[in-house]
Design a protein around this ligand. Structure first.
Ligand code: HEM
Ligand code: FES
Length: 766
């Protein structure tokens, strides 16, 4: 060991004991090297921020703490990001000095305000609109590699494709000449061990030579590129900016970045691709699903980045004493923020240790970092991962992991991917031999985060029955027979059928392997329900995303008044079932025009007879909503779903009740408001340090996405709340249908797909 080992945490003059597990933590050996997230499961549960004497760093294990660190880059400086985690011996240091090695600030380890000034100047090449044209090149490179081995039946994908494609893409993107590829690969490995590994003193000397040569090489490439002032690519752009103003894009930056970016843009993506292929082939059902439906690939890639990211830990240093996760940290504390551990935090990802390519919030992973330093190249990396997976699943769907291989990894704290990835397949079964169409790409993916509507399972209709005049009930099962995910009462699913996207609440038995929904045929509607009534016969298949739940049973209210209008009975029925099953107090009011047009009457009478009141306007028993609201017991809440007129009336009647009294679900929104258009305004983004102008015919969500900020979305019409962001200052013009009155009054959140800044005023978001 080359670093001194303090016996106790340094924050409290050695008086604070280090727990046995913290004492034993060593990131350079198993179990961390075998699986960093699993190795820190104990820390996520018991000691989320702990001092590691072995490393001399504070280790941060939970999602929220890691995000808090990324968010505040003034308190948590990135200055140590490229420092040697294992200091070099004197001999190795002298070797490095003999090469005039002077690795300094780039972007990733630069402090504010210099960092944001530089990042803003260098951002353009990374914007989604400016990345799309790289797709053809990525596709060509991947195809050529697959052509090279498809007839052989066996390949080491790392050796034969996955390191070289990302390196070539990176060099092309940067505008760096594509020669000396093997040398660059060796240099990259040396840089990784130099920065994040624990080389022995003898290895350090050899490393120092490799890293020194890499430094010299980077300088020579830079000089050559300077001779070509109009050259293409991001590094040429930086050279031009340096020529104009060397105080922002400095000389030292150029040389350091030339070396760092080759690694940042190449090894990260190569490892990510190897991890993804390995993970998907290990979870064969997921592999088969993406083979069958390439629309699933973007989210599958994102889930791979979450579950087994290629960057597993990053670093920061405190600039002042601060409390993190309940632990007091001194100024100058070095932190190892283990993003792989945050990505497996059950507090943020449900059943986080399950690999689930249908996970709706996979995109929230921390593998690209977060905030103002968040990976600039994330959308290029996503493009590469998607195309690699699309080509492999189309041309080699029968590929398997070679079961005899033992995976090895380069020991270091932060970069993770197998050294080799052997796969085998039966060449006689290569689909393109009989089907030349297999050579044609099935998909071109938009640049950016996965689109939520594409995270969809294939289902089969197993039963259809009329439950009232014009209302069909449907029972749906997973097409492959697997169980469907659990759902909460009030949840809905989105069906995608023949170009129609429609939402339906789940209303079957909780815990069943199948989902039940009911579809009202609206002859005067937009055509979707009429089409679904015709198309969804028994045996029909369809795509479904969700379930999503934005309409939850209040967990603690002493009494629930449930009010359903028309087809709005479906979520209300599921809520009533739940309240009955859990022995809670409730009353159920079901409003309709005529009994023969009211769904599930038999089931309602059977299961909820004592709590049920039918309000049938055709029988002169129309509901008196004012009486229902007034009859609500003290502290009771109302859950309602039905026509807009009914919801508006209830909103008016509960205007003076305590906030949180009325909970409603909307399925439609005002079409103009839903577009999110209006006066242009300016928005400052605190976490990413950007300032954007939101155009008159652009939603806030669109403007955020165009700037490369990942904001998840679902309905994109103000109904679900998925795209909500935190407002730090400004006056939101709320046009959504999800925020409660109190939430609107508080003014601290905004639904970005439809809401804007009032009257074109400036706004500041987190
Ligand atoms: C920064 C991961 C691919 C360019 C980062 C950071 C991480 C990361 C963890 C630091 C984030 C932070 O401090 O918040 C990854 C992963 C990749 C990948 C996992 C592949 C799967 C790429 C590619 C490029 C790139 C392909 C370039 C073409 C950069 C740059 C930064 C960065 C320039 C510095 C941004 C700044 O500090 O302002 N990346 N990266 N990355 N990455 Fe990536
Ligand atoms: Fe559903 Fe914005 S995406 S409210």
């Amino acid at each position: 060991m080359s670093t001194p080992t303090p016996a106790a945490c340094p924050a409290h003059s050695g008086t604070c004991p280090v727990s046995p597990r913290a004492q034993a933590f060593d990131p350079f050996v198993a179990p961390y090297q075998a699986d960093p997230a699993a190795a820190l499961a104990w820390a996520r549960a018991e000691e989320p921020v702990f001092y590691s004497p072995e490393l001399g760093y504070w280790v941060v294990a939970r999602y929220d703490d890691i995000k808090a660190v990324f968010r505040d880059n003034l308190t948590f400086s990135p200055a140590n990001v490229l420092e040697k985690i294992t200091p070099f011996s004197d001999e190795a240091t002298q070797v490095l000095a003999s090469y005039n090695y002077a690795m300094n600030r780039t972007l990733v380890n630069e402090d504010e305000p210099a960092h944001m000034e530089r990042r803003r100047v260098l951002l353009d090449h990374f914007l989604p609109a400016n990345l799309a044209h790289h797709e053809d090149m990525v596709r060509r490179l991947v195809r050529e590699k697959v052509d090279g081995f498809i007839a052989t039946g066996r390949a080491d994908l790392v050796e034969q494709m996955l390191w070289e494609v990302p390196l070539t893409v990176a060099l092309h993107f940067l505008g760096v000449p594509e020669d000396d590829m093997d040398r660059l690969r060796a240099f990259s490995i040396a840089h990784t061990v130099n920065t994040w590994g624990r080389p022995s003193p003898e290895q350090q000397v050899k490393l120092a030579h490799d890293v020194g040569q890499f430094w010299t090489f980077a300088g020579e490439v830079l000089e050559r590129m300077k001779q070509e002032p109009d050259g293409p690519g991001w590094m040429h752009e930086a050279i031009r900016k340096n020529a104009v103003d060397s105080s922002v894009v400095t000389d030292s930056y150029l040389h350091s970045m030339m070396m760092a970016i080759i690694v940042a843009a190449h090894e990260t993506t190569a490892h990510a691709a190897a991890n993804a292929v390995k993970l998907l082939l290990t979870h064969r059902e997921a592999w088969e699903d993406i083979c069958a439906d390439p629309r699933l690939i973007p989210n599958a890639a994102e889930e791979c980045l979450r579950y087994a990211g290629s960057v597993v830990a990053w670093r920061r240093r405190t600039t002042r004493a601060v409390t993190l996760g309940g632990v007091d940290l001194p100024e100058g504390a070095n932190l190892l923020i283990v993003t792989a551990s945050g990505n497996h935090d059950d507090g943020h990802f449900a059943a986080a240790d399950d690999f689930d390519i249908y996970r709706g919030n996979a995109v929230n992973h921390l593998t690209f970092g977060y905030g103002s330093h968040q990976c600039l190249g994330k959308n290029l990396a996503r493009m590469e991962l998607r195309i690699i997976l699309e080509e492999l699943t189309r041309r080699l769907p029968h590929m398997q992991l070679d079961p005899d291989q033992v995976f090895t990894y380069l020991p270091n704290t932060s970069f993770r991917g197998p050294d080799h990835l052997w796969v085998t397949w039966d060449v006689a079964k290569n689909p393109e031999a009989d089907d030349p169409d297999r050579l044609t790409p099935r998909m071109s993916y938009p640049v950016g985060p996965p689109e939520r509507r594409e995270i969809a399972r294939s289902l089969r209709v197993v039963k259809v029955w009329p439950t009232a005049d014009g209302i069909l009930a449907l029972r749906l099962a997973e097409a492959s027979g697997r169980p469907l995910p659990a759902w909460e009462p009030g949840a809905h699913v989105d069906l995608h059928v023949d170009g129609f996207d429609r939402k339906y609440s789940l209303c079957g038995a909780p815990g069943a392997d199948t989902y039940d929904i009911a579809i009202l045929r609206e002859d005067a509607g937009r055509g979707g329900s009429v089409h679904l009534h015709k198309a969804l016969c028994e045996g029909a298949t369809l795509r479904m995303s969700g379930p999503h739940c934005h309409f939850r049973v209040h967990p603690a209210a002493p009494h629930h008044t449930l009010i359903a209008g028309g087809i709005g009975i479906t979520p209300i029925l599921a809520m009533a079932d739940h309240l009955r099953a859990t022995g809670r107090a409730y009353s159920l009011h079901y409003c309709g025009r005529a009994r023969d047009r009211m769904a599930f009457l038999d089931r309602l009478a059977r299961d909820h007879g004592n709590h049920l009141t039918l309000h049938v306007s055709g029988e002169n028993s129309r509901a008196d909503l004012a009486t229902l609201v007034a009859a609500r017991p003290e502290g009771g809440v109302i859950h309602a779903c039905g026509p807009d007129a009914m919801i508006s009336a209830l909103e008016a009647l509960t205007a003076d009740t305590p906030d949180g009294t009325l909970h409603v679900e909307h399925f439609t929104t005002d079409a103009d408001a839903a577009q999110g258009h209006g006066d242009p305004f300016t928005v400052d983004l605190a976490d990413s340090g950007l300032t954007l102008t939101v155009g008159a015919d652009q939603s806030l969500l669109q403007a955020l996405r165009a700037a490369g900020v990942d904001v998840p979305s679902d309905c994109e019409e103000g109904l679900c709340g998925t795209c909500e962001c935190t407002v730090l200052a400004g006056d939101p013009d709320h046009r959504d249908r999800v925020l409660t009155r109190a939430e609107r009054d508080a003014g601290d959140r905004i639904v970005t797909c439809c809401s804007r800044a009032r009257g074109g005023t400036r706004m500041r978001l987190a």
